[in-house]
Every structure is written in structure tokens, then in C-alpha cells.
Write a protein that binds this ligand. Structure first.
Ligand code: ATP
Ligand code: MG
Length: 418
């Protein structure tokens, strides 16, 4: 074979697609109940959109972006996540002028040049939601509750919801100072990346995956101890509202997100059934990003969930793609032409109709009917055409029903046995 998908990319083939539709349909239903509207954004953005928001020292920007020059010499990037593109659009189209909260959702592919492994791809799909204009912790609780409802309605169990607060512009400088003084004494035990991060963005050291760095940062001051009064109240209220909405959760003070734009609430949902790449969804509040993108100061909160980590958890429970409602097995040219017309008429009535095009024996046609999972079969030979009468064989229960050779009569029978 000459060509293959690029490393870390994958084709999604029909047997898997029922599970994708299942998730997408549940998401659209639940988003509707919560007032979220779909927004469709370009996959390509000016590179700065991501550098400015996700952060220069984040792994995504430093190592994972698909960045290249277009033919006009501009630096463009395949989006590694949805929120930065969304905020760009939110500011560009003055969506903040609409009544608050404004709520949006998106679904589509994201691109990160990561080391491919199980459940970690270079192109992966996210479904995400963003709620704008309200900084009340009720909204934080609401969006986490919505995510919980969505994941459960998809059919997931064994989920852990972890929440924390990572403070705001007011309290972060104090935390940064405390963290730097803890890390400063043993900086030589950290990797080269972390040594650079120490001055540029010491909080990123908490997200480093290098085992020796994980070891060295043990005992570092917890961010929750450094929250300002406002952030502490916000976090306590959020937890209270999560209890009110019956969303079981744990506080994980070590939860750090890989993106710089978060303020206050951060959360992650993991599955007990996924092994090491266990995060299925994550999100948080970003109250400074709209202003940093040139809009009026507007708070926001959102999450994104990864489709490829959810699919394997539900694949077996979602019914597989099924076969046609009706298959015509014509014997001979005349029958083939009659079947051709009837199939088209039945489709117009809402039946998934197919016909065999190969002139084959009845036995081999029936074998094919079984292989494709046809629910009903009509064998059409000279005899049937002569009499204007056919037999519809139901493949599920094996029963046969007689019908005239008229589309509307066939339709009536098939629609009861779809
Ligand atoms: P991880 O810690 O697994 O790298 P992340 O913090 O980088 O995740 P986010 O940026 O929060 O991930 O993206 C939200 C969700 O998108 C993740 O929880 C995960 O389900 C999914 N996701 C992220 N990166 C990938 C990837 N490379 N392949 C598949 N899914 C991914
Ligand atoms: Mg990652």
C-alpha cells in the first residue's frame, strides 16, 4: 500500500460512527436544555491567538503546535484547543453585547504534535462549551453539573470530578513568590525546561511530567493556601453549589492545568477505566482572557472533553450500525429494473432500501442479505412480476408476509417491521 495516515492521526470508519453520533446527539440535547448554542470556528488561526492565551511557556505552545507559514508569509497554527479561537471570535463579533450569560458550544478536531500513544493522538476531537459574562460561582457549578449530566447520559460510569482554584491576578503574585522560594533552593534537581520556567513562569513547573521534577516538587506550597478572600469565597461557594446540584467531587489542590489563561476554578474529570491517559474532560474559568484579547473585561468559564477517550468506554454498549430496512433480490433483468424503481419509491417514503445489483443465485443473494444485516428481504423473479404479488421475508423473526407489488403496500408492511 502506498499511502497511510500520518502518525498520530486516524481514520474513523463506519463501524465506530454510531458511538460518535451517540455522543454528539446527547451533547446537542443537553446543551439545548442549558441554553448553549453552537458556534463553528476555523481550524486555522493566527499563531499569536494561541501564544497570547495558552502561554509562551506552556507545553502546548513550546512543543505541540502545528505552526507553519502560509503562502502569504503569515504564521498560522492548526488549533490545539478551542477556547482561544472562541475568545478571538467572541471579541471579534462583539458577542459580549448580547445578554449575559452568553453560552456556546463547539465540536471539532484539534491538533497537537504529541507523542502518539493509546488515547493520545495528534488530531483528536473535542466537544467544548463556554459560558460568558457571569462570574457567579453558580455558573461554575452549573457548567460542571451539565458536564456531569452529559457524561452520564452518554453512558459513562466510574468518573472522578476534581476541582480546585488557582487564584486570580490579585493572589497569584503571592503564590508565585512562595513557590519560587520553595523551588529556588533545589533548582538544580529540575530538568532544563523547568529551570527556564523558574523565572518565566514557575507555576508551569507544577505541570512538568518529568519523573525527577515530580519528585523534586513534592511538598511545594499548595495554591489553595494563598487564595485571596474573593477567590476563597468563590471556591467555597462553588463547592456548596456542586453539593446542591448533587455533583460528587473531590478537591485536588495539585491540579494544574496545561494552559496559562485559567483563573479561579479549574477542574478535571477522569475515568477509572482508561489507564494512564485517564482525563476525559477538563476546564476552568478564564476571567482575564477577553480583556487580553482587546474586549471589555468579561469573565468566562468552559470545558472541553476528548471524544477518543470516551468512544472506547461506550463502544460495546452502543448498538452497532445496522443494515437496510429492505433488500430486493431480483432474479433477472426485468426484475432488476422493477426493483430499481421500487427501491427509489420506498426511499422517498422514508425506508432505507437497497437492491442487489449482481445477477446471482437466490442462495447467494440471501447470504448477502444476512451479511449486510438486511431486516427484510423481497425475492423478485419472473413469477412475482407476472402475478403482481410478492413475499416479504422478515429476517429477524423469519416470518413471511404477502404483499402486492406496489410501493405503498410494501411500505405499510416494512414500516411495521423496521
Ligand atoms: P492530558 O493531561 O491528557 O494531556 P490535557 O490537559 O492536555 O490532557 P486539555 O487541553 O484539558 O487536555 O483537553 C481536554 C481533553 O481533551 C482532555 O481531557 C482529553 O480528554 C482530550 N485530549 C487532550 N489532548 C489529547 C490528545 N492528544 N489526544 C486525545 N485526546 C486529547
Ligand atoms: Mg496534554
Amino acid at each position: 500500500m502506498k499511502y497511510k495516515t500520518l502518525k498520530g492521526l486516524q481514520d474513523i470508519l463506519p463501524p465506530e460512527i454510531a458511538a460518535w453520533h451517540h455522543i454528539e446527539n446527547k451533547a446537542r440535547d443537553i446543551f439545548r436544555n442549558y441554553g448553549y448554542q453552537e458556534i463553528r470556528l476555523p481550524i486555522l488561526e493566527a499563531t499569536d491567538v494561541f501564544i497570547r492565551s495558552i502561554g509562551e511557556t506552556s507545553d502546548i505552545v513550546e512543543k505541540e503546535m502545528y505552526t507553519f507559514q502560509d503562502k502569504g508569509g503569515r504564521s498560522v497554527t492548526l488549533r490545539p484547543e478551542g477556547t482561544a479561537s472562541f475568545v478571538r471570535a467572541y471579541v471579534e463579533h462583539h458577542l459580549y453585547n448580547d445578554p449575559s450569560p452568553q453560552k456556546f458550544y463547539y465540536l471539532g478536531p484539534m491538533f497537537r504534535y504529541e507523542r502518539p500513544q493509546a488515547f493520545r493522538y495528534r488530531q483528536f476531537y473535542q466537544i467544548g462549551a463556554e459560558a460568558m459574562g457571569i462570574d457567579d460561582p453558580k455558573l461554575d457549578a452549573e457548567i460542571i453539573a451539565m458536564l456531569s449530566k452529559l457524561l452520564h447520559s452518554i453512558g459513562l460510569a466510574g468518573l472522578n470530578f476534581e476541582v480546585t482554584s488557582i487564584g486570580c491576578k490579585k493572589c497569584r503574585p503571592d503564590y508565585r513568590t512562595a513557590l519560587k522560594s520553595f523551588l529556588g533552593g533545589k533548582l538544580d534537581t529540575f530538568c532544563g525546561d523547568c529551570q527556564r520556567r523558574y523565572d518565566a513562569n514557575p507555576l508551569r513547573i507544577l505541570d512538568c511530567k518529568v519523573p525527577s521534577c515530580i519528585e523534586s516538587r513534592k511538598g511545594s506550597p499548595p495554591v489553595l493556601d494563598y487564595l485571596c478572600g474573593e477567590c476563597r469565597d468563590h471556591f467555597e461557594s462553588l463547592r456548596g453549589y456542586l453539593d446542591v446540584l448533587n455533583v460528587p467531587h473531590t478537591v485536588n489542590p495539585n491540579l494544574v492545568r496545561g494552559l496559562d489563561y485559567y483563573t479561579k476554578t479549574a477542574f478535571e474529570v477522569s475515568s477509572e477505566n482508561l489507564g494512564s491517559q485517564s482525563a476525559v474532560a477538563a476546564g476552568g474559568r478564564y476571567d482575564s482572557m477577553v480583556a487580553e484579547f482587546g474586549g471589555p473585561s468579561t469573565p468566562g468559564i468552559g470545558f472541553a472533553m476528548g471524544m477518543e477517550r470516551i468512544i472506547p468506554l461506550i463502544q460495546d454498549s452502543v448498538s452497532k450500525a445496522t443494515g437496510p430496512d429492505l433488500l430486493f433480490c431480483p432474479l433477472g433483468d426485468k426484475a432488476s429494473e422493477k426493483a430499481f424503481v421500487l427501491t427509489e419509491q420506498l426511499r422517498a417514503m422514508g425506508i432505507w432500501g437497497e437492491m442487489n445489483h449482481e445477477s446471482a443465485s437466490m442462495r447467494s443473494q440471501m447470504r448477502k442479505a444476512n451479511r449486510i444485516g438486511a431486516k427484510n428481504v423481497i425475492v423478485l423473479g419472473e413469477d412475482e412480476i407476472g402475478k403482481g404479488e410478492i413475499t416479504i421475508k422478515n429476517m429477524t423473526d423469519g416470518n413471511s408476509i404477502k404483499s402486492s407489488l406496489v410501493a405503498s403496500d410494501i411500505f405499510k408492511i416494512i414500516s411495521q417491521h423496521k
